[in-house]
Design a protein around this ligand. Sequence first.
Ligand SMILES: [Zn+2]
Ligand SMILES: [Zn+2]
Length: 289
Amino acid sequence: MVKTDAQHALKLRFWGVRGSIPCPETENMKYGGNTSCVQLCFRNQKGYLILDSGSGIRPLGVSLEEDNLQHKGHIFITHAHWDHIQGFPFFKPIYDEANQVSIHMPLQDSGDCKQVLTGQLTPTHFPVTADMLSAKIDYITQPPEKQQYDGFSASFMLANHPVTTAIYKIESEGFTVVYAPDNELVPVHLSADHSFRKELIRFCSGADILIHDGNYTLETYEQRRNWGHSAWEDATQMAIEAGVKHLFLTHHDPTSTDDILDARAKELQQYTRHFDSIQLTREGLEYTF
Ligand SMILES: [Zn+2]
Ligand SMILES: [Zn+2]
Protein backbone atom coordinates (compact mmCIF):
# COMPACT_ATOMS: atom_id res chain seq x y z
CA MET A 1 0.00 0.00 0.00
CA VAL A 2 1.62 3.25 -1.05
CA LYS A 3 1.06 6.59 0.62
CA THR A 4 -2.16 8.55 0.81
CA ASP A 5 -2.45 11.38 -1.70
CA ALA A 6 -3.27 15.00 -0.85
CA GLN A 7 -7.01 14.63 -1.60
CA HIS A 8 -7.65 12.01 1.07
CA ALA A 9 -7.35 11.95 4.86
CA LEU A 10 -6.57 8.26 5.22
CA LYS A 11 -5.80 5.05 3.42
CA LEU A 12 -6.53 1.88 5.37
CA ARG A 13 -5.81 -1.76 4.60
CA PHE A 14 -6.72 -4.94 6.43
CA TRP A 15 -3.91 -7.52 6.48
CA GLY A 16 -5.46 -9.87 9.03
CA VAL A 17 -9.05 -10.03 10.26
CA ARG A 18 -9.27 -13.32 12.16
CA GLY A 19 -9.38 -13.88 15.88
CA SER A 20 -7.64 -16.58 17.89
CA ILE A 21 -5.62 -18.48 15.26
CA PRO A 22 -4.83 -18.30 11.54
CA CYS A 23 -7.30 -20.43 9.58
CA PRO A 24 -6.15 -20.54 5.95
CA GLU A 25 -8.67 -23.13 4.78
CA THR A 26 -10.26 -22.85 1.36
CA GLU A 27 -13.67 -22.10 2.87
CA ASN A 28 -12.21 -18.98 4.53
CA MET A 29 -10.25 -17.48 1.67
CA LYS A 30 -12.71 -14.75 0.70
CA TYR A 31 -12.45 -13.03 4.11
CA GLY A 32 -8.94 -14.32 4.76
CA GLY A 33 -7.13 -16.53 7.26
CA ASN A 34 -4.57 -14.20 8.86
CA THR A 35 -4.90 -12.84 12.39
CA SER A 36 -5.23 -9.19 13.42
CA CYS A 37 -3.25 -6.57 11.55
CA VAL A 38 -4.34 -3.22 10.11
CA GLN A 39 -2.31 -0.57 8.29
CA LEU A 40 -3.19 3.12 8.44
CA CYS A 41 -1.71 5.82 6.28
CA PHE A 42 -2.76 9.39 7.08
CA ARG A 43 -2.02 12.19 4.68
CA ASN A 44 0.70 13.85 6.76
CA GLN A 45 2.01 10.82 8.58
CA LYS A 46 5.73 10.07 8.51
CA GLY A 47 6.66 6.40 8.38
CA TYR A 48 4.31 3.43 8.52
CA LEU A 49 1.58 2.91 11.13
CA ILE A 50 0.40 -0.58 12.01
CA LEU A 51 -2.21 -1.80 14.46
CA ASP A 52 -1.44 -5.26 15.92
CA SER A 53 1.08 -7.80 14.70
CA GLY A 54 -0.95 -10.94 14.10
CA SER A 55 0.07 -13.16 11.19
CA GLY A 56 -1.09 -10.51 8.71
CA ILE A 57 1.97 -8.40 9.50
CA ARG A 58 4.20 -10.85 7.57
CA PRO A 59 2.91 -9.93 4.08
CA LEU A 60 2.63 -6.31 5.24
CA GLY A 61 6.38 -6.28 5.95
CA VAL A 62 7.04 -7.64 2.47
CA SER A 63 4.84 -4.94 0.94
CA LEU A 64 6.65 -2.17 2.87
CA GLU A 65 9.95 -3.37 1.44
CA GLU A 66 8.55 -3.49 -2.08
CA ASP A 67 7.40 0.11 -1.73
CA ASN A 68 10.66 1.12 0.04
CA LEU A 69 8.69 2.33 3.09
CA GLN A 70 10.25 -0.07 5.63
CA HIS A 71 12.78 2.29 7.21
CA LYS A 72 10.76 3.84 9.99
CA GLY A 73 7.40 3.35 11.64
CA HIS A 74 5.15 2.47 14.56
CA ILE A 75 3.36 -0.69 15.59
CA PHE A 76 0.60 -0.32 18.18
CA ILE A 77 -0.26 -3.63 19.83
CA THR A 78 -3.55 -3.88 21.73
CA HIS A 79 -2.44 -6.79 23.95
CA ALA A 80 -0.20 -9.84 23.90
CA HIS A 81 -2.61 -12.65 23.07
CA TRP A 82 -1.04 -14.79 20.33
CA ASP A 83 -3.31 -13.63 17.56
CA HIS A 84 -1.98 -10.07 18.08
CA ILE A 85 1.75 -10.77 18.36
CA GLN A 86 2.49 -14.03 16.54
CA GLY A 87 3.43 -12.31 13.29
CA PHE A 88 6.00 -9.99 14.90
CA PRO A 89 9.04 -12.31 14.42
CA PHE A 90 8.12 -12.55 10.72
CA PHE A 91 8.01 -8.79 10.12
CA LYS A 92 11.02 -8.43 7.83
CA PRO A 93 11.91 -4.77 8.58
CA ILE A 94 13.11 -5.75 12.10
CA TYR A 95 16.03 -7.67 10.58
CA ASP A 96 17.73 -4.73 8.84
CA GLU A 97 20.00 -2.44 10.86
CA ALA A 98 19.08 0.48 8.61
CA ASN A 99 15.54 0.39 9.99
CA GLN A 100 13.94 1.87 13.06
CA VAL A 101 10.63 0.83 14.60
CA SER A 102 8.69 1.88 17.70
CA ILE A 103 6.47 -0.77 19.22
CA HIS A 104 3.77 0.29 21.63
CA MET A 105 1.78 -1.82 24.09
CA PRO A 106 0.04 -1.16 27.39
CA LEU A 107 1.70 -2.56 30.51
CA GLN A 108 0.81 -6.24 30.95
CA ASP A 109 0.59 -8.14 34.24
CA SER A 110 3.53 -10.27 33.07
CA GLY A 111 5.76 -7.35 32.11
CA ASP A 112 6.37 -4.33 29.95
CA CYS A 113 6.29 -4.15 26.16
CA LYS A 114 9.87 -5.37 25.73
CA GLN A 115 9.59 -8.26 28.20
CA VAL A 116 6.34 -9.49 26.74
CA LEU A 117 7.28 -9.21 23.05
CA THR A 118 10.78 -10.64 23.35
CA GLY A 119 9.50 -13.30 25.76
CA GLN A 120 8.30 -15.31 22.77
CA LEU A 121 11.78 -15.11 21.19
CA THR A 122 13.44 -17.90 23.16
CA PRO A 123 14.99 -21.05 21.65
CA THR A 124 12.13 -23.16 22.96
CA HIS A 125 9.65 -21.28 20.80
CA PHE A 126 11.62 -19.77 17.93
CA PRO A 127 15.16 -19.91 16.50
CA VAL A 128 15.60 -16.13 16.48
CA THR A 129 16.31 -14.42 19.79
CA ALA A 130 15.76 -10.75 20.59
CA ASP A 131 19.48 -9.86 20.23
CA MET A 132 19.34 -11.06 16.61
CA LEU A 133 16.86 -8.35 15.60
CA SER A 134 19.17 -5.86 13.90
CA ALA A 135 16.81 -2.92 13.48
CA LYS A 136 16.74 -0.19 16.09
CA ILE A 137 13.66 -1.15 18.09
CA ASP A 138 12.09 1.09 20.72
CA TYR A 139 9.81 -0.94 22.96
CA ILE A 140 7.37 1.52 24.45
CA THR A 141 5.06 0.72 27.32
CA GLN A 142 2.23 2.92 26.18
CA PRO A 143 0.36 5.26 28.55
CA PRO A 144 -3.37 5.81 27.94
CA GLU A 145 -3.05 9.59 27.61
CA LYS A 146 -2.84 11.15 24.18
CA GLN A 147 0.69 11.04 22.74
CA GLN A 148 1.75 13.04 19.69
CA TYR A 149 3.76 11.44 16.89
CA ASP A 150 4.76 12.48 13.38
CA GLY A 151 1.44 13.33 11.78
CA PHE A 152 -0.92 11.56 14.18
CA SER A 153 -1.71 11.05 17.87
CA ALA A 154 -2.62 7.96 19.88
CA SER A 155 -4.51 7.43 23.11
CA PHE A 156 -6.38 4.47 24.54
CA MET A 157 -9.03 3.28 26.98
CA LEU A 158 -9.00 -0.21 28.43
CA ALA A 159 -11.13 -2.88 26.80
CA ASN A 160 -13.25 -5.44 28.60
CA HIS A 161 -11.01 -8.44 27.92
CA PRO A 162 -9.29 -11.07 30.12
CA VAL A 163 -5.92 -9.25 29.97
CA THR A 164 -4.94 -5.57 29.85
CA THR A 165 -6.03 -4.57 26.36
CA ALA A 166 -6.06 -1.21 24.62
CA ILE A 167 -8.84 0.27 22.55
CA TYR A 168 -6.74 2.70 20.55
CA LYS A 169 -7.88 6.05 19.27
CA ILE A 170 -5.66 7.30 16.47
CA GLU A 171 -6.24 10.87 15.30
CA SER A 172 -4.85 12.99 12.53
CA GLU A 173 -6.03 16.42 11.35
CA GLY A 174 -9.46 15.92 12.93
CA PHE A 175 -9.93 12.43 11.47
CA THR A 176 -10.46 9.69 14.07
CA VAL A 177 -9.99 5.92 13.94
CA VAL A 178 -10.93 3.74 16.92
CA TYR A 179 -9.52 0.20 16.94
CA ALA A 180 -11.10 -2.36 19.29
CA PRO A 181 -10.53 -5.86 17.91
CA ASP A 182 -10.85 -7.59 21.29
CA ASN A 183 -13.56 -6.14 23.48
CA GLU A 184 -16.53 -7.72 25.20
CA LEU A 185 -19.72 -5.73 25.23
CA VAL A 186 -22.33 -7.22 27.51
CA PRO A 187 -25.75 -6.73 25.93
CA VAL A 188 -27.81 -4.25 27.94
CA HIS A 189 -30.48 -6.81 28.89
CA LEU A 190 -27.82 -9.11 30.42
CA SER A 191 -26.17 -6.57 32.69
CA ALA A 192 -27.21 -4.19 35.46
CA ASP A 193 -24.05 -2.09 35.24
CA HIS A 194 -23.84 -0.05 32.04
CA SER A 195 -20.89 2.14 33.04
CA PHE A 196 -18.32 0.50 30.72
CA ARG A 197 -20.68 0.71 27.77
CA LYS A 198 -21.31 4.41 28.44
CA GLU A 199 -17.58 5.09 28.70
CA LEU A 200 -16.97 3.29 25.41
CA ILE A 201 -19.76 5.22 23.68
CA ARG A 202 -18.16 8.46 24.85
CA PHE A 203 -14.73 7.29 23.67
CA CYS A 204 -16.06 6.35 20.21
CA SER A 205 -18.39 9.33 19.93
CA GLY A 206 -18.39 10.74 16.40
CA ALA A 207 -15.44 8.60 15.26
CA ASP A 208 -14.94 8.55 11.51
CA ILE A 209 -13.99 4.89 11.65
CA LEU A 210 -14.61 2.23 14.27
CA ILE A 211 -13.03 -1.20 13.83
CA HIS A 212 -14.71 -3.35 16.48
CA ASP A 213 -14.83 -6.93 17.67
CA GLY A 214 -17.78 -8.75 16.10
CA ASN A 215 -16.55 -12.26 16.85
CA TYR A 216 -19.92 -13.74 17.87
CA THR A 217 -23.61 -13.51 17.14
CA LEU A 218 -26.02 -12.72 19.99
CA GLU A 219 -26.88 -16.42 19.97
CA THR A 220 -23.30 -17.76 20.20
CA TYR A 221 -22.35 -15.05 22.71
CA GLU A 222 -24.61 -16.67 25.31
CA GLN A 223 -22.26 -19.70 25.47
CA ARG A 224 -19.13 -17.52 25.43
CA ARG A 225 -19.75 -14.98 28.14
CA ASN A 226 -16.58 -13.60 29.76
CA TRP A 227 -14.39 -14.88 26.89
CA GLY A 228 -13.69 -11.25 26.02
CA HIS A 229 -15.53 -10.83 22.71
CA SER A 230 -18.71 -9.21 21.42
CA ALA A 231 -21.74 -10.19 19.43
CA TRP A 232 -21.70 -8.26 16.16
CA GLU A 233 -25.33 -7.13 16.61
CA ASP A 234 -24.48 -5.54 19.94
CA ALA A 235 -21.28 -3.93 18.65
CA THR A 236 -23.38 -2.43 15.86
CA GLN A 237 -25.93 -1.11 18.35
CA MET A 238 -23.17 0.50 20.39
CA ALA A 239 -21.68 2.09 17.25
CA ILE A 240 -25.09 3.55 16.33
CA GLU A 241 -25.37 5.10 19.79
CA ALA A 242 -21.85 6.52 19.46
CA GLY A 243 -22.66 8.12 16.10
CA VAL A 244 -19.79 6.38 14.32
CA LYS A 245 -19.58 7.14 10.58
CA HIS A 246 -17.96 3.97 9.19
CA LEU A 247 -18.18 0.69 11.08
CA PHE A 248 -15.97 -2.34 10.38
CA LEU A 249 -16.76 -5.53 12.29
CA THR A 250 -13.69 -7.70 12.73
CA HIS A 251 -11.92 -10.50 14.67
CA HIS A 252 -13.95 -13.12 12.82
CA ASP A 253 -14.14 -16.44 14.59
CA PRO A 254 -12.08 -19.21 12.90
CA THR A 255 -15.34 -21.20 12.60
CA SER A 256 -17.02 -18.38 10.66
CA THR A 257 -16.58 -19.55 7.07
CA ASP A 258 -17.06 -17.35 4.00
CA ASP A 259 -20.64 -18.64 3.72
CA ILE A 260 -21.41 -17.66 7.30
CA LEU A 261 -19.78 -14.24 6.87
CA ASP A 262 -21.53 -13.63 3.53
CA ALA A 263 -24.86 -14.28 5.24
CA ARG A 264 -23.84 -11.89 8.03
CA ALA A 265 -22.85 -9.22 5.49
CA LYS A 266 -26.39 -9.42 4.11
CA GLU A 267 -27.84 -9.01 7.59
CA LEU A 268 -25.72 -5.88 8.03
CA GLN A 269 -27.67 -4.19 5.26
CA GLN A 270 -30.58 -3.57 7.62
CA TYR A 271 -28.30 -1.12 9.48
CA THR A 272 -26.98 0.85 6.51
CA ARG A 273 -29.22 3.86 7.19
CA HIS A 274 -27.38 4.45 10.48
CA PHE A 275 -23.90 4.74 8.96
CA ASP A 276 -21.99 6.15 6.01
CA SER A 277 -20.89 2.52 5.65
CA ILE A 278 -21.01 -0.71 7.61
CA GLN A 279 -19.13 -3.85 6.66
CA LEU A 280 -17.21 -6.90 7.72
CA THR A 281 -13.45 -6.63 7.46
CA ARG A 282 -11.82 -8.59 4.66
CA GLU A 283 -8.15 -9.35 4.32
CA GLY A 284 -6.49 -7.52 1.46
CA LEU A 285 -9.14 -4.84 1.05
CA GLU A 286 -7.98 -1.25 0.96
CA TYR A 287 -10.14 1.80 1.66
CA THR A 288 -9.58 5.49 1.04
CA PHE A 289 -11.39 8.17 3.05
ZN1 LIG B 1 -7.70 -11.52 19.56
ZN1 LIG C 1 -7.39 -11.22 23.04
